[in-house]
Structure formats: structure tokens, C-alpha cells
Design a binder for this molecule. Structure first.
Ligand code: CMC
Length: 377
């Protein structure tokens, strides 16, 4: 056996990358060398997406052109809308998103992934169209008509407008924009790794992103944000936090929104999300879930602190989205709308020096067993 077996590939580098970096001991996250705190305070989602994809901050004309490119590609074909109409209304929006993104690839074949111009336009299309698909499923599943994008609205205003048929207040669009910056990228997480494996076969970008969406859905990854809000609602009040957590831990169950493979301190994104919560509550009124969440964090520090398990990005994000009036099962699709920028940045990197992912295994099964005909079994 040439290498040690590392369950979950913990600590095993799967790629060389210049997209982002995490210092899990100090709680530092950088995109292309820029601290996440600075990006959240000063950048926008589309500027951050440009930074991730192209490796540097855009000049003013470059950003203007990128925003125009994205805005021009927001519409989805009526056949994609028809496809979404056919999906069951009680299904999960992540499944609807995955199916629709996979179907997009049939409309924009782009099989030649060695063509960088083609790849740029595929990336633009994916970033532009994900919100339109998410909003379309949200409306169509409750029997409302799909609302096409409006070119005079910015990325987040337009998404919230396509959901609700109302141009949102600036605070709501700005809050969402900061959340998208915060979720846009995070090194070699499970969904990014999935995308790289798919990309390494030279599959088209729609298939790459569809495979990443499938991985993001799981409750140990992006699906945790939805579960956190369900947990906070179930707890109901700060007084009930301690018995709830004690019972959960006694049963060896995990607290959703806590723990991370890389961070051994509080996830810096959780801290930023708390600031976002407080800013939002000042303008729009507080959320009762926040008081419960603060108590969960306090009691968990007592019960889990020695294991270095602290809130991660999914702990406070659901509270923000809940306060914005968004349905819980749309929290993870919103995560995907942001993370698609990171997935695509890693896709670009993978194609530059591609090698097919084909790891090894440690075979633990039998050898040389006889084949027994079915009538003799
Ligand atoms: N609650 C209680 N105990 C925990 C938790 C938690 N959330 N997370 C880890 N532990 C304990 C775990 O029980 C184990 O204890 P012991 O050594 O006594 O058996 C120890 O910590 C190591 O856990 P692990 O699951 O082997 O560690 P990991 O590095 O594989 O876990 C994780 C990372 C994110 C899967 C895990 O912390 C977890 O399941 N968290 C809850 C789900 C969650 O919030 N996911 C979002 C992750 S961050 C953002 C994203 O990817 O979307």
C-alpha cells in the first residue's frame, strides 16, 4: 500500500489552487489573497465573482462590462420554464436546480472545454441563470407565473423581484449581496471537489455545476443552513436551549451549523453573518431565532468547546434569510447561487493543468470465489 488511508481525505491535498485560502487555526479566509471581511465590507457579489474567476479585481470598465454580460444572460429558455413546471411542487428546490442546470447543458452544448472564450461565456451563463431558475421554481411550485428578469435591477434586487414580484427594499438586496460574497468560495470543500472530479473528465460546465449542486445539498454541507433554522424553531426559546443540547449530545447527534473540518476556531463567516443579522434587525426588526441562536452558541461553547467545535457559516445564515421572508428550503439554493462562482473558478484552474481524478482504494473483499449457478444458491 503506497499511501496511508485518510478517511474523508482529511488533510490530503487534492489540487494546487490560487483561488482561496483558509487558516483554520486563526480563523482567516481569503479569496485571491483578500480577506473575506474586506470583501464583505467593500465588494459586491459580481465583483467578487470576477475576482474569483479571473484572479484579480476588475477595473471600473471591466466590472461594468462583466455586469452587462451577466445581466444579458439572466433569461432562461421557455423550455427550461416548461421543464420546471413539470417538476413536483413538493420536491426540494436543490433537486429542481440540479435538474435544470443539467438540462441547460443541452441548450448550450459547449463540449469543447479547451476554448477559453467559450468557457468564459459558460461561466457567465451559469452565474446569471441560477437565480432565475431558483426564483422560477419558487413561484411555479405554488402555482404562480414565472417572472422574467428585469434588466434595470441589480443582481440581488432582480432575484428578490423575480421571487416576489416586488422590487425589494435596498437593505434586503444589500444584505443578500453580502451573503453571496460570503458564500462564493471556500477552498476544497466537498462540492468543489465533486466539481473538480467531474471537470477532470472534461465534462461540460453544466454537468460540472450540476454535480456540485448535488453534493452541496447534503446536510453535512450546504444543507445544514436549512436544518439550523428548523432546530432553532424546535427549541423555541433561550431557556430550552441547554436541555435540548444536552439531550442531543447524549444521543450522539450533531448540532447543525457547528463544527468544521478545517476551522478549529469560530468560522469568520459566522462572525460576519452575526454583524449582518444585527444590521438587518436594526432596519427590519429583530428575529426571535437570533436570541435562541446566541444561547445555542453560548451553551455549546461549554459543552463542545474542548473539541474545538464552533459555529460555522451555516449557523447564522438561515436566520438572515428567514428574517428576509425566504422559505427555508431555498436557503441552500441561495448558497449555490453564490458558490457557483467558486466552483467555476476551480473549474478554470482544473482545465489549465488537467489530470483525470482516479484515486486508489484499499480492497477488503474476497478473491477467487467460485461462481455458483442461480439454481444452486
Ligand atoms: N455537533 C456535535 N458534535 C460534533 C459536531 C457537531 N456539529 N461536529 C463534529 N462533532 C464531533 C463529532 O461527534 C466527533 O466527536 P468524537 O470524536 O467524540 O466522535 C468529532 O467532533 C469529530 O467529528 P467529525 O464529524 O468526525 O469531524 P469532521 O471533520 O468530519 O466534521 C462536519 C465536519 C462539518 C461534517 C461536522 O462538524 C458536522 O457534521 N457538522 C454539522 C453539519 C454542519 O453544520 N455542516 C456545515 C459544514 S460548514 C459549511 C458547509 O460546508 O456548508
Amino acid at each position: 500500500m503506497p499511501h496511508d488511508f485518510m478517511p474523508g481525505l482529511a488533510g490530503v491535498p487534492a489540487a494546487k489552487s490560487a483561488v482561496s485560502d483558509v487558516d483554520g487555526e486563526r480563523g482567516v479566509l481569503e479569496y485571491r489573497g483578500i480577506r473575506i471581511e474586506d470583501l464583505c465590507a467593500q465588494s459586491s457579489f459580481l465583483e467578487t465573482a470576477y475576482l474569483l474567476l479571473l484572479g484579480r479585481l476588475p477595473s471600473k470598465p471591466e466590472l461594468t462590462q462583466f455586469v452587462i454580460d451577466i445581466t444579458r444572460h439572466r433569461r432562461i429558455k421557455y423550455r427550461i420554464v416548461d421543464l420546471i413546471k413539470c417538476l413536483p411542487e413538493q420536491g426540494h428546490p436543490m433537486d429542481a436546480l440540479q435538474a435544470s442546470v443539467a438540462a441547460l447543458g443541452m441548450f448550450y452544448p459547449g463540449r469543447n472545454v479547451t476554448d477559453q472564450t467559450n468557457n468564459y461565456w459558460s461561466a457567465v451563463r451559469l452565474i446569471a441563470k441560477l437565480p432565475t431558475i431558483v426564483a422560477a421554481y419558487a413561484r411555479l411550485r405554488r402555482g404562480d407565473e414565472q417572472i422574467p428578469p428585469r434588466d434595470d435591477l441589480n443582481f440581488c434586487e432582480n432575484f428578490l423581484y423575480m421571487l416576489s414580484d416586488t422590487v425589494p427594499a435596498t437593505i434586503l438586496a444589500d444584505t443578500l449581496d453580502t451573503c453571496l460574497v460570503l458564500h462564493a468560495e471556500h477552498t476544497m470543500n466537498a462540492s468543489t471537489f465533486t466539481g473538480l472530479v467531474t471537470a477532470s473528465t472534461l465534462a461540460d460546465p453544466y454537468t460540472v455545476v450540476a454535480s456540485s449542486i448535488g453534493t452541496l445539498k447534503g446536510p453535512l454541507h450546504g444543507g445544514a443552513n436549512e436544518e439550523v433554522v428548523a432546530m432553532l424553531k424546535e427549541i423555541g426559546s433561550p431557556a430550552r436551549v441547554r436541555p435540548y443540547l444536552e439531550e442531543k449530545l447524549q444521543r450522539k447527534q450533531k448540532i447543525m451549523g457547528f463544527g468544521h473540518r478545517v476551522y478549529k476556531v469560530k468560522d469568520p463567516r459566522a462572525t460576519i453573518l452575526q454583524q449582518i443579522c444585527e444590521r438587518l434587525f436594526k432596519k427590519c426588526g429583530a428575529s426571535p431565532l437570533y436570541e435562541v441562536a446566541l444561547e445555542v452558541e453560548r451553551v455549546s461553547a461549554e459543552l463542545l468547546g474542548t473539541k474545538k467545535i464552533y459555529p460555522n457559516v451555516d449557523f447564522y445564515s438561515g436566520i438572515v434569510y428567514d428574517r428576509m421572508g425566504l422559505d427555508p428550503d431555498f436557503f441552500t439554493p441561495i448558497f449555490a447561487m453564490a458558490r457557483v462562482a467558486g466552483w467555476l473558478a476551480h473549474w478554470f484552474e482544473q482545465l489549465r493543468e488537467n489530470k483525470l481524478f482516479r484515486p486508489d482504494q484499499i480492497y477488503e473483499g474476497a478473491h477467487n470465489r467460485p461462481y455458483v449457478p442461480i439454481e444452486k444458491r
